[in-house]
Design a protein around this ligand. Structure first.
Ligand code: PLP
Length: 399
């Protein structure tokens, strides 16, 4: 580490709140799936700003769209309309699937998209159904409503009470869900795959059973597609592969390709649930963020990235699954959203060894290393990581 990096780290520690660990790498710029630090080292970015940078870095379509928009109007608030926001909402609704209608609220982040969903559910279900049901080890964000639904005790407990009553059930357990969803339940709030929980997909048929259980009890089904949505799994949305239609879908992360935007989509009549004045955001649906999101959606379509994600993702899964090493038990995930699963809590060591070898990955859980690269990552780039993995694991074992 050079003096420059050390100095930035020291200054970071001095002025930034201590909620984040001081990062080891100070990044300077990126191109495609490669990023460079301030010392001139390059890395293959296999985490993409935590499943955000769908088109990698410095993608011409995003640069052009954002540059053109900022030179016209950067911001107008929701007192006024701009066409880009309407086009983006139309486009997102069009991607849901044939015959599926709805309405969109734009936010700036995942947690805000989920806050909107919580309020939408409250507005529709009223006070007689005060309970939300969510998954143990699920993650929905850090603001108080979203945190109340987040099933990770260590990040919740210091901040209770939340004012939202939540019943937690084991993820993927149909019987436990059926027992938890009763006449007091407003909504079931789930991810299709636990993302921060370690890239743990729901068992086949689980989402269909969630739908049935919700329908039987009169509860709404909110699907948090903030990490899974916008092509990450090889479909526009993960629910599409399950043949299930939720009542509310939340999006963020990959939607803006690096610009901050979130969306809460109410399906069918649920989209009309808010009354005038019920919710709002000064920046939500900001012209620049919408321009970036439209560019992301256009490029995914134009370049056939959904197929690309499926193909490269399958090869990545095969490659990770074929690693024979005492530290590794296997791999899990869908599309370009995989976890290398470890026999012991060595993920931080693997992350560090990968970084030293020139690859950015993420120790998402003590025993799981997440790989969520830009959707444009090439087969060769993925292969280079799989080829380097045995050496990385050796290094990690020595730490
Ligand atoms: N929901 C899911 C499934 C997430 O993975 C995340 C972030 O990791 C969030 C919500 C919160 O998003 P944000 O960090 O943009 O608030």
């Amino acid at each position: 580490m050079t003096q420059h990096t050390q100095q930035v780290k020291d200054r970071y520690q001095a002025v930034m709140m201590p909620n984040y660990a001081v990062p080891d790498v100070v990044l300077a710029h990126g191109e495609g799936c490669v990023v460079w630090d301030v010392d001139g080292n390059s890395y293959l970015d296999l985490i993409g700003g935590i499943a955000v940078s769908a088109l990698g870095h410095n993608h011409p379509a995003i640069v052009e769209a954002v540059t053109a928009q900022v030179s016209k109007l950067a911001h107008i608030s929701n007192l006024f309309a701009h066409e880009g926001q309407v086009v983006l909402a139309e486009k997102l609704l069009g991607l849901l699937g044939p015959g599926i209608t709805g309405k969109v609220f734009f936010a700036n982040s995942g947690t805000e998209a989920n806050e909107a969903a919580v309020k939408l559910v409250r507005r529709i279900q009223g006070s007689k159904r005060p309970v939300f049901v969510a998954a143990e080890h699920g993650f929905h964000g850090r603001s108080m409503g979203s945190l109340s639904l987040t099933g990770k005790t260590s990040i919740r407990e210091a901040f209770s009470p939340f004012g939202v009553e939540v019943r937690f059930v084991p993820f993927g357990d149909q019987a436990a869900l059926a027992a938890a969803v009763g006449p007091d339940c407003a909504a079931v709030f789930l991810e299709p795959t636990l993302g921060e929980g370690g890239v743990v997909p729901a068992p086949a048929g689980y989402l269909a059973s969630v739908r049935e259980i919700c329908d039987a009890a009169g509860a709404l089904f909110v699907l948090d597609e903030i990490q899974s949505g916008i092509g990450r799994t090889g479909a526009w949305f993960a629910f599409q592969a399950e043949g299930v239609i939720p009542d509310v879908i939340t999006l963020a992360k990959g939607l803006g390709g690096g610009l901050p935007i979130g969306a809460c989509i109410g399906i069918g009549a649920v989209g009309d649930g808010f009354l005038r004045g019920d919710h709002g955001s000064t920046f939500g649906g900001n012209p620049i963020a919408c321009a970036a999101a439209l560019a992301v959606l256009d490029v995914i379509e134009r370049d056939g990235l959904l197929d690309h994600v499926s193909k490269v993702g399958e090869k990545l899964a095969d490659g990770l699954g074929s690693i024979e090493h005492p530290l590794v038990t296997g791999a899990r995930g869908t599309g370009l959203w995989q976890a290398l699963v470890l026999r012991e809590p060595a993920a931080v060591k693997v992350e560090a060894a990968a970084r030293e070898a020139g690859f950015l990955v993420n120790a998402v859980q003590p025993d799981a290393v997440r790989i969520a690269p830009p959707l444009i990552v090439t087969q060769e780039q993925v292969d280079s990581f799989v080829d380097a993995l045995p050496g990385i694991l050796e290094q990690a074992g020595r730490r």
